[in-house]
Design a protein around this ligand. Sequence first.
Ligand code: G
Ligand code: MN
Length: 383
Amino acid sequence: MPSHLNDLMQDTQPGLHRVAKLLQAGSLQMHYQPIFDFKTGNVTQVEALARLIEGTRVLPPSDFLPYFGREELFELFARGLELAVSQRDVWLHNGIPLRLSVNMPSFAFCDDRYYAVTRDTLSRHRCPPRALTLEVLEHWDVCAEITISNNLRKFKELGVLLAEDDLGAGHSGLQRLRELPFDSFKIDRSIICMADSDHANALHFVHQLTRLGHLLGKTVVVEGVESSDLIEAIRILGADAVQGYAIARPMPAEQLTAWIRGGYTNPASRPQTILTKLARLLILEERLSLMSEPHAGKPSAGGGAQSFAAIFSSRTQCQKGPSCLEDHLASFRAGINAIFSENHAYVREIDVLVSAISRHGLMSNHYRQARKDLTAAAMLIEH
Ligand code: G
Ligand code: MN
């Protein structure tokens, strides 16, 4: 064995022993993070997240998951589910009905024990299966495709909901989303990371992934949301729910009870910022683009202005020829004015933006640059 592997084994064995003992000794505690549902304007669901208690320390999953093998992971799931489902009972008796999300490794679909323990835990607590969402993170290639889909079907028949977790990160890809009957997916926080300055890019992902999810009949949750204006932007873009520090961090059950009782103010009533303006602009773009489908996005080969105008006027419902384009652009401009209305500060940028559309189309670099300039101007004024 190479020496670095030898070192690793020596390092991980005591680690495994320590955390596995904690798990067996009942030191598992679940923390709960609220998921805010836009439709009801309430927290209707919480994600249960595992913590191991070691003395006064609360160990997060990153401190123990790397040491766990199949057996420990199953134990963690079984115990965690039991704790979460019992806690749901307690909340229910206290007049707080909450649905649960529990994380489950994808190889659960090739290990019958996961199905059995889920069925038994739910029935022991008389918990309706639809009150439980199992969030599945992909580490596939663990067993045959056929085994995965058969087992997945068993969970579906039981009636629990299935979510693809961390969509867009690591192994959580679009192929599985297309193939497997997930009820929902969670857009990974890396997708909405606002560290780079191209906010439009992040919002495009949320918007289009949400549209994709809805077209496929799935519910879309955005996770890792760290600011309240981003919550509002995500609402504008049409996602169903959000989760993240901007709402609340994961917390122990009693704390969550108090937090819910304290009442959570609807984040949709926050002031408008550049992110919410940008989200509204993306919706306007979408509308304009649908008016000119299927060609509006294509950069024009010849004279840009003419081709974009021609596309509009060639639409059968467009009786008025080129003036139809003018009508659409006028209402687009009115929409932008309403979004960026403060003291007419952006007249020049808005002019450039609208003319970039009529001359080069919505998907052109000219338009993207004009949108960047408008955003930059708006940010300057905001700060
Ligand atoms: O990937 P999963 O759905 O299991 O996400 C839950 C994890 O993400 C938890 O470990 C939680 O602590 C973490 N988390 C939750 N909200 C946020 C957030 O707003 N920002 C960051 N960086 N992490 C978060
Ligand atoms: Mn999860």
